[in-house]
Structure formats: C-alpha cells, structure tokens
Design a binder for this molecule. Sequence first.
Ligand code: AMP
Ligand code: GLY
Length: 427
Amino acid sequence: MRILVVGSGGREHALCWTIAASPLCEELYCAPGNAGIAQDAVCVPVGAEDLDGLIALARDKRIDYVVVGPEGPLVAGLVDRLAEAGIKAFGPSAAAAALEGSKGFMKDLCAKYGIPTAGYRRFTEAAAAKAYLRAQGVPIVVKADGLAAGKGVTVATTLAEAEAAVEAAMEGDAFGAAGSELVIEEFLEGEEASFFALVDGETALPLATAQDHKRVGDGDTGPNTGGMGAYSPAPVLTEARCQEVMERIILPTVRGMKAEGRPYKGVLYAGLMVTPAEVKLLEYNVRFGDPECQVLMMRLMSDLLPALIATTDGVLSSFDLRWYDEAALVVVMAAKGYPGAYEKGSAIRGLGDAAQNDDVMVFHAGTKAGLENEILANGGRVLGVTAIAPAIAEAQARAYRAVDRIDWPEGFCRRDIGWRALGKTGG
Ligand code: AMP
Ligand code: GLY
C-alpha cells in the first residue's frame, strides 16, 4: 500500500516509524514531516492545514490510505474531503471531530448520554457568563469552545482571573472564533490520566493508558505546554478503572455519536480525572496525543496499520492488538524559551549516540535538515527521547541517559518525567 501520514510532530514521527515497519506498507509519504521523519518516509512540503494541497498530493502519489495526525485538519473536514475524492483515511469526519472541535458539543453529548463529566453551562454572552461565575464562585474552569492550540482553558482560583478569561475570549477576541462561545465548568480534583481506544463507528478497541506532563517546569510548575513528557501505562488506571472507563465513558460515547448521526471512526483520546470515587471525562481529543503517541508506539507489538484500516472499514470487532508489558517513557527536549518565544536554527549533535540501543528511540518534532544534513532545531518542542524498560524507573533512567548524550546547548527538558508513577510504585 501507498500510505500518506499528515503532520510534522513527534506524534507523526512515531506513526511513520511504526507504519514504515508494516509489511503492508510499500511506500510511505509524510506531509510536511520533519528531519527525523525523512529517515522513514518521503517528506513532501504540503502543510497539514492545506486541505486542497493534501488532496492533490494524495491523487498525485496514488495514495491508498491517509493517516491524519493532528486535530486541525480533522475538524476542518480533511477525512470527508478525501472520502469524496475516493481516498480512504484514518480519522473522524468533521461532524465526529466536533468531540474535540467544540467543547460545548462534547459536554452536551455527555449530558444527553449520562457520561460522567464536570457540571457545566455554555455561554455566548460575556455578561451572562460573568453572572454565572459570581453565582458559582471559585475555583472554576473557563474554556473556549473551539480549538485554541491548548491555550483555551483557564483554571481560575480567583473571580478576577475567571472574569479576565471570559473577557479575553469574548471581548478581547483572544481565540478568534474559537472563543466566541464558552463553556464554564465545575473544577474537578484528582489525578489526570489519558485513555486511548480505536473506534470504528460501533466497536471500541482499548489501546493503552498514559500520563502527560503539561507544565513546562519540574514539579509541574510554570505555564502549560503541548506536553513535556509522558509514560505508559498509567499506574492510576488499574484494570478495574479501565473497565469503568470503557463501560461508563467510551462505549456510551460511541453509541451516542452513532445515535446523533455522527458515527465516530478513529482514535478516541479521553482526558480523564481519576478520583477515589469515580473516573470523570475532562475532554476528548480526536487523535493520538503528542507525546503520548510516542510511548504507545514503543509499547505496541502488533502491526498498527491493519488496525487503523480495520477502524476505517468498521471491522474492529474481530481485531486484537498485542502490547509489550514493559513501560515506555518519553522526555521532550524543547528550545529554551518554549512555550514562550524561542530561537530556531541551532544545531543538535549526538543523536546517533543517544539512540544506540534498541530500547531507545529519539523521535523528532520540530527539526529540519541543514545544508550539510546536520539536524537543526525548527520548533518549540524539538525531540522526544523515548525509552522502554521492564519498569518505569528503568525507562526513566534510560531516557535521561540518552538525553544526556545529546549535545544541544540551546535546548532544555524537565528532569522529573515520571515522578507521579514512581511515587506510586516506590520507584
Ligand atoms: P483541556 O484542554 O480541556 O484538557 O484542559 C487543559 C487542562 O486544564 C487539563 O489537562 C486539566 O489539567 C485542566 N482542566 C480542564 N478541565 C478541568 C476541570 N473541570 N477541573 C480541573 N481541571 C481541569
Ligand atoms: N499531550 C496532550 C495532547 O496531545 O493533547
């Protein structure tokens, strides 16, 4: 098969690395890709948001199957457009991608189908939103309805902060159209974890669990980022908890989406809040997580590609995937300054040295090749140094040993990825 992967981050490098190893894959393209992906796929400079360009590329290269990495093109309808062009693709339709594209839609679906989530209300007027804030008190959570590149959520501990978030979104236009509607919801306490499942419209096949590290600094301090590291599995999601997530969250969602005439096909990524009493849904994403995908792909024993195709074809019920029992952990190396302003173009050395062993893989995110094929930083999150080992403590040690072999003075990483899991398992 001739496969095209859409995207350019660490997630897409992990997907390309995995798909390239599939016996079903004859030719692999990635648009636009990065310097690491170029080792596994032919990179073509078409942006992930350029729907017309992607359709033309898929036609030109006679692509049999497209795998869409990021949420932007999914919410914009890339999979629908490809279907119209007669090209099969992995990922939800625009109507189904509303689970991530509109937080209000997601919350209404939860309310209608009894899926446990934080109590909420939707607003289109700043005055009504503020009156609600005053009536509810703090802590409270203010969310822009649409896609806001991970910046649309404010967990407010003072009323002033909550009101400022409403004003920034609705009056200041901080998120453009994404902020013209808001969801205000109850603050939930607990431990966050992620659960991934493949969904083919009717059936859900659980994949694995993971935990991300959203804050930029050690000890979960500083501003939010796209994710500074992750590990899988998440010890907090025990087998009993995973069963609860399937029965109370994932399966009712699959049935609800079908009943709404928006059958969901693709990977469903549930962001969860785990409390001693129950697991509640914080948010849905309609794609693999980044960097969670990197640890999932390290742990996957089976061939991913047939599972993706079975998802698209609606035949997941006869499908099974095998996983290594081992733990995987990824440390993200970012350009100094990220998630604020950062420089591009610094040289990264020692990558070969870092990934000498089979148990370590350095996935590229924001990289590009220089004139002499040297690797240059080209984004905020730049590398995902990923290791697999029998337990999380060892995976962590392996990942940091590899990080320390990378010579990139302009980069930084958190030094504590995995701390929550290690606290739980006593190291
Ligand atoms: P989201 O983009 O919806 O995942 O939200 C970003 C982050 O905000 C989450 O990872 C949580 O840490 C936090 N968050 C979102 N909703 C809530 C909530 N209802 N209660 C507490 N924290 C939340
Ligand atoms: N790592 C969080 C996300 O992919 O949304």
